[in-house]
Design a protein. Sequence first.
Length: 114
Amino acid sequence: QVRLVESGGGLVQPGGSLRLSCAASGTRISINYMGWYRQAPGKQRELVAAFTSGGSTNYADSVKGRFTISRDNAKNAVYLQMNSLKPEDTAVYYCNAKLMRDYWGQGTQVTVSS
């Protein structure tokens, strides 16, 4: 059973930065697809950024140029560096991994507010 544990959320002022981390445990298999999704109140969960199975990266248009996804394959970990944060980035951020099925972390709250 794969378990994803996220960390790094919090409260930040507009224009600030946060770094989210997600580590997968419970498998020795290297997980090719790992990414980040977010869900704001009253909205559907949406893709923020992800590494695809082919090794490329996908970003939501709204975060391109501000967010950077990175990974540590040896640790089955994925990170999200978020810069120039905006109030509309406020959401619960979820780590996702695909290994024969979808796995989700518990979510970490990111609040951008002055």
